[in-house]
Design a protein around this ligand. Structure first.
Ligand code: FES
Length: 382
């Protein structure tokens, strides 16, 4: 795909800080809240090692200093160690975002030797039953082994657990598990409703009461731990009345490269209609970042319409999330409906209210686990 050229780059655009290399959509897990696009199975043509090496070099020349390797499961790529070594040589701070599946003694030793700086390991729950149910695999014990390897190899232990209706009542046990593993950080990331989590929203959105309880447990543990395991609790957007400054601003900090080389301001941006995103096979990262229509469209505040345009907080939140505006208001340039000032905010409130009703525990459609067959059957981006 050739990039459409915007007339001029946004005047305040600096270099990206983060280069996020989504190496593959292949993953041994089938998480019901996976953030990969629902239609990921359409992407078959992954970048080669040479392509990625070129991207890493161009990203560094452009000024990026952090490099995240994610997926799918990045350990599925046999060239991960080669890419980490090159990223390290170029001077990036390197970060592996992994489910831990595929991490063994040899691979972690090779990654360490290649210069990998940081590993973030995900768990689905503190119990084998729920962990394995949510990922539709038997992976709990493998994850525990991966956690032990991370510790043995002298890495900071950074755990991430996606929180939702089906595991939020286990927050205390999840914290206890993290403490027992001597985790340095535990991110209790409430599900945000994109991609597969959006498909399964009825199953996953917690009640107000569940959320309040989980937050109170986290606060109590935070005081008790006095910083030994640092707890990060991320509230779901749906319970907010002011939107987040998504991605810290469109085309501002993050440059994501999808497995097939599409360059994106966020990992779900490809769903947005009327926008063309360039591919690293066709264009270098500097032209993509500064000159492409896809990256310039929502930079700054000039693109805004009401109520964002006259809002005194527009610089603070930049109108919220463009993907959420599209998913919930069918207009990527609308105010994010999370915002109480959005004319569509009432619809979001209605979704939240439905989640409080007792019958919300019995959703009309069954939980859909991420998989190639399901991706092809759903055939839509979110
Ligand atoms: Fe795409 Fe928020 S996730 S702009």
């Amino acid at each position: 795909m050739n990039a459409q050229r915007a007339p001029a780059p946004h005047p305040e655009t600096g270099p990206p800080f983060w280069l996020l290399a989504e190496l593959t959509y292949q993953c041994p897990l089938h998480c019901a809240f996976c953030y990969n696009p629902v239609d990921f199975a359409r992407v078959e043509d992954e970048l080669s090692t040479e392509d990625w090496l070129r991207v890493l070099r161009q990203g560094r020349e452009l000024g990026a200093v952090q490099c995240g390797f994610s997926g799918g499961e990045p350990l599925q790529r046999r060239d991960l160690e080669t890419l980490v070594a090159e990223a390290h040589r170029l001077g990036y701070y390197t970060n592996l975002i992994t489910s831990g599946i595929g991490l063994n003694e040899r691979r972690i030793a090779d990654l360490k030797a290649a210069g990998l700086d940081h590993i973030q390991l995900s768990f689905q729950d503190s119990t084998r039953e729920v962990n394995d149910f949510l990922s539709s695999t038997r992976t709990f014990d493998l994850k525990r082994k991966a956690a032990a390897l991370i510790k043995q190899h002298g890495y900071e232990m950074v755990l991430n657990c996606v929180i939702h209706r089906l595991n939020i009542d286990h927050v205390e046990a999840i914290i206890e598990m993290a403490v027992a593993m001597e985790a340095d950080y535990l991110e209790l990331a409430n599900t945000q409703y994109y991609a597969w989590a959006h498909v399964n929203r009825e199953h996953l959105l917690p009640t107000r009461e569940q959320l309040a309880r989980a937050e109170a447990v986290t606060v109590r543990w935070r005081e008790r731990l006095e910083g030994r395991t640092r707890l990060i609790f991320v509230v779901p957007d749906y319970y907010e009345t002011r939107p987040k400054k998504c991605m810290n601003g469109w085309g501002n900090v993050f440059l994501t490269i999808a497995p097939d080389g599409a360059a994106l301001p966020c990992h779900t941006a490809r769903m947005l209609p009327g926008l063309a995103f360039p591919n690293v096979r066709d264009l270098d990262l500097r032209a993509i970042w500064y000159d492409s229509e896809g990256f310039n469209r929502f930079r700054g505040t000039d693109w805004m319409q009401e109520p964002c345009r006259s809002c005194p907080e527009k610089e603070k939140d930049l109108g919220g999330c463009r993907c959420q505006a599209w998913m919930l208001a069918q207009d990527p340039a609308a105010a994010d409906p999370v915002c109480a000032k959005s004319p569509r905010h009432g619809e979001l409130r209605a979704v939240v209210e439905r989640a409080q009703a007792p019958q919300a525990g019995v959703p009309a459609q069954p939980l859909v686990f991420r998989g190639r067959r399901e991706s092809k059957a759903l055939g839509r981006p979110f």
